[in-house]
Design a binder for this molecule. Structure first.
Ligand code: AMP
Length: 282
């Protein structure tokens, strides 16, 4: 059964009728990446809550909040298509009709320090405060046992984990693998801002990440070699960053890390494309 609700009152009423639920928060304009999160949630739970809310708090003043694609009808048909593959399951879509609907009677800002000041946080000041605040609020409203996030937004996943720990929330955070196009481009709502040529140029990002993986070859002793390669790459000013970090703390010092994440942001015109891969080191 698919149920779509738009008000806080309806959400609170229906939530009282369900016990354990899984939760997938999104900003809509769904693609196979989002649906992979829903798929896993439906395997784990009989009832899944799925939010579609373009949260103004996480957009900077010069970012794409106004032009962010809003495609509710198409989103609902993708959700329904996935739901039909699972028998006896329920999806409750919370698509609030306004921002006020979400934030009424809620005046807090939820902040996590440290991990939010680097990488995306350094480039987009305040972004993660917007993310942690909306996710905290949505968690408060939906009270899930597990919530599903994509590792495509790797730092976001790390920040949410830190937020859950800080606020002592009894919620398990699941990090789901990145869904890619057959050529390797990480799926993203922002890819539609790209021309066909830009889309194929954007494959340069995953090719570079895989090249670094190859240079590392799973060996800590190759870190310096990988670093020199990265420094060469960074001469291309379209990289906002390309960096090897500890997979949990996102610390730059990886000399003792058993697992690292190589995070990249590459700019194509005004579109920032995020990607990352994880590498184990011995
Ligand atoms: P968004 O609507 O962009 O806020 O994304 C909602 C959730 O879907 C976030 O947890 C994202 O990390 C996740 N997501 C977006 N793109 C992908 C992808 N290509 N693969 C896996 N998860 C994704």
């Amino acid at each position: 059964m698919l149920k779509v609700i738009q008000t806080l009152e309806e959400l609170q009423q229906i939530r009282d009728t369900h016990q354990r639920i899984g939760f997938v928060p999104t900003m809509g304009n769904l693609h196979a990446g989002h649906i992979s999160l829903l798929h896993q949630a439906l395997l784990d739970f009989d009832v899944v809550y799925f939010s579609i809310f373009v949260n103004p708090k996480q957009f900077g003043p010069n970012e794409d909040f106004e032009r962010y694609p809003r495609t509710l009808e198409n989103d609902l048909s993708l959700i329904d298509e996935e739901l039909n593959k699972h028998s006896q399951k329920t999806v409750v879509v919370f698509a609030p009709k306004s921002t006020e609907e979400v934030y009424q009677n809620f005046n807090k800002t939820i902040k996590v320090s440290g991990i939010t000041d680097i990488l995306e946080g350094a480039i987009r000041p305040g972004h993660f405060d917007g993310v942690t605040t909306v996710v905290y609020r949505l968690f408060e409203l939906t009270q899930p046992s597990k919530a599903y996030f994509g590792l495509k937004d790797y730092q976001q996943w790390a920040v949410i984990n830190a937020m859950v720990k800080q606020e002592k929330l009894p919620i398990e955070i699941v990090g789901m693998p990145i869904k890619r196009s057959p050529e390797g481009l990480a799926l993203s709502s922002r890819n539609q801002y790209l021309s066909a040529t830009e889309k194929s140029e954007a494959l340069y990002i995953i090719k570079t990440l895989r090249r670094i993986d190859k240079i590392l070859d799973g060996k800590r002793t190759n870190i310096e070699l990988a670093r020199s390669f990265i420094n060469e790459q960074l001469k291309d000013s379209q990289w906002d960053y390309l960096t090897m970090r500890d997979h949990l703390t996102l610390d730059e010092n990886i000399s003792h890390s058993s697992k690292i994440t190589i995070l990249a942001v590459y700019r194509m015109g005004t579109t920032r494309l995020l990607d990352n891969i994880q590498v184990e080191l011995k």
